[in-house]
Write a protein that binds this ligand. Structure first.
Ligand SMILES: Cc1cc2nc3c(=O)[nH]c(=O)nc-3n(C[C@H](O)[C@H](O)[C@H](O)COP(=O)(O)OP(=O)(O)OC[C@H]3O[C@@H](n4cnc5c(N)ncnc54)[C@H](O)[C@@H]3O)c2cc1C
Length: 465
């Protein structure tokens, strides 16, 4: 069993920065990540990427090398391929690695589990050939595989980023079908002041749009009524721009309309969450240091609210300062002086966020999908089923499990949870805070009996004692 000061779950920018800062303050750190290498979503596989792949993914991608190098410190133990499936009593973590279960105990735990792509249930989204744009990017980062002849659908900066990466990889998308409207753009203008403070993001966005234009990628903006057609696999995508109908033949469709905090771990230990109307998602309640209602558990990075990679790194360091202060690794004045600087950087990083959130809201057609659209893919529960449950008196997602098994499959509701909450809230005409979310129970990720059986007997005995 590992016994350390601080356990960090997630080796993305938040987790890596926190680990380094804490280690420098004399804190022993165990960092666990299910991926085979450190980096998180944005810097996935950065240590192993070839020069060609790094050119395709852009300069920002290779920034991650400084963070992964920072993990080489005597006070840091990094366990790769370590899948956390249970957190107990705010101090104990169960995980599997290399086919074996294992345990770790820490005086503090930092959840740096990042973001998930917002589910985008549309007619035809379960057909072979359809996946999230982030999944396509994972193929590119992890294996150098690029999707040919794809159509990108949705909204947000990540959609543009992935489109430009595909252009640079020599497999440009056939088209972008974008769901944000001119009205959204006008609405975002009231946040222009903030966007100007975070001007590097504006410049980056304009540069990506210019790159797509130069590559001749058609952009269809303000799309509604999006349907993916096909019998056995995706064959075409149809949509409207205003009143005019469009159809593009394609066998690969990449969906993306923003990211949401991955809150499964925080929810599994009953940390309260609130609905964030600006970001259209639930966020865990934490103080300015990232401390949650479970006093030994902190949350940093996109898992605490979407801010992007640089903001995640600053938030990770801020949490590390407070954890080190708890454990007497830094005095209060030194903690405050260091945090002041980090908070300034964090504020600049987050300045453009309200503009981005308003300009690229989620696609309305996927927030209120048609009745026949499957929402819970594991158990094949449709939007119509969930509305029917509401008609029978189902008030929240936990009851929906009893009504029709939604959220009870292997993904444990990670991919349908938000959609189920939103459909029920609308059908019952109650707020999302009152509707709530699935109660998450271990295992957070599938764990096999073999992995449990392979756990060292000594570890099990230590727990019993
Ligand atoms: C698919 C996807 C692709 C993205 N690509 C980009 C991009 O190219 N550029 C960009 O600017 N932003 C990108 N983003 C947004 C980006 O993820 C964040 O802004 C940034 O990475 C957040 O950093 P983080 O440290 O909070 O979390 P992340 O970087 O997401 O790191 C979280 C880590 O936690 C680990 N983890 C989660 N749960 C467990 C568990 N139970 N057990 C063990 N490990 C666990 C994950 O494996 C992951 O490595 C992407 C987001 C997604 C969802």
């Amino acid at each position: 069993m590992y016994n350390v000061d601080l356990i960090i779950i997630g080796a993305g920018p938040a987790g890596m920065s926190a680990a380094r800062r804490a280690a420098e303050l004399g804190i022993s750190v165990l960092i666990l990540d299910e991926q085979p290498v450190a980096g998180g979503q944005i810097y996935r596989n950065v240590d192993r990427a070839s020069a060609v792949r790094s050119d395709i993914l852009g300069k920002e991608y290779t920034h991650g090398l400084a963070l992964t190098k920072g993990l080489h410190h005597d006070n840091i133990t990094l366990l790769k391929g370590a899948v956390v499936w249970q957190i107990e009593e705010g101090t104990r973590v169960a995980f599997t690695q290399n086919g074996t279960g294992a345990l770790a105990v820490g005086k503090r735990i930092l959840l740096a589990t990042g973001a998930l792509e917002r589910p985008m249930p549309l007619s035809g989204w379960t057909l072979p050939g359809v996946m999230t744009a982030g999944a396509a990017q994972i193929l590119l980062k992890q294996s150098g595989i690029a999707c040919q002849g794809a159509v990108l659908v949705g909204s947000g900066p990540l959609l543009y980023l992935i489109a430009t990466q595909m252009v640079r990889a020599g497999v440009p998308p056939l088209a972008l079908i974008e769901t944000q409207t001119t009205r959204d753009l006008l609405r975002s203008m009231r946040h222009l002041g903030g966007a100007l403070r975070g001007w590097p993001y504006l410049v980056k966005g304009l540069r990506m749009l210019w790159e797509l234009r130069r590559a001749g990628i058609p952009r269809h903006v303000g799309a509604t009524g999006i349907t993916i057609e096909g019998d056995q696999a995706a064959q075409a995508i149809s949509f409207y721009i205003g009143k005019s109908a469009h159809r593009i033949e394609c066998d690969t469709v990449l969906l993306h309309h923003g990211v949401i905090p991955n809150t499964q771990a925080a929810r599994s230990i009953d940390i309260p969450h609130l609905w964030d109307a600006a970001q259209n998602c639930f966020v865990p309640e934490c103080d300015a240091w990232g401390r949650s209602a479970v006093a030994t558990v902190f949350i940093a990075g996109d898992g605490a609210g979407i801010g992007g990679a640089k903001a995640a790194a600053f938030a990770g360091e801020i949490a590390a300062l407070e954890i080190a202060h708890d454990l007497e690794g830094i005095s209060r004045p030194d903690r405050d002086a260091a945090a002041r600087k980090l908070r300034k950087h964090l504020a600049i990083e987050c300045a453009a966020r309200p503009f981005i959130d308003a300009a690229y809201p989620p696609y309305a057609g996927a927030i209120a999908p048609q009745d026949a659209t499957i929402i819970c893919r594991c158990e094949e529960v449709t939007a119509g089923d969930i509305r029917r449950f509401a008609g029978l008196g189902c008030l929240g997602p936990n009851q929906a499990k009893a009504f029709g098994r939604s959220g009870m499959g292997p993904c444990q509701g990670r991919y349908c949870g938000l959609s189920v909450s939103q459909i029920l809230a609308t059908a019952n005409n109650i707020s999302l805070d009152d509707t709530g979310y699935y109660r998450i129970r271990p295992p957070l990720k599938p764990v096999t009996m073999g992995e449990l059986a392979a756990m060292a007997a000594s570890e099990i005995n230590e727990v019993k004692e």
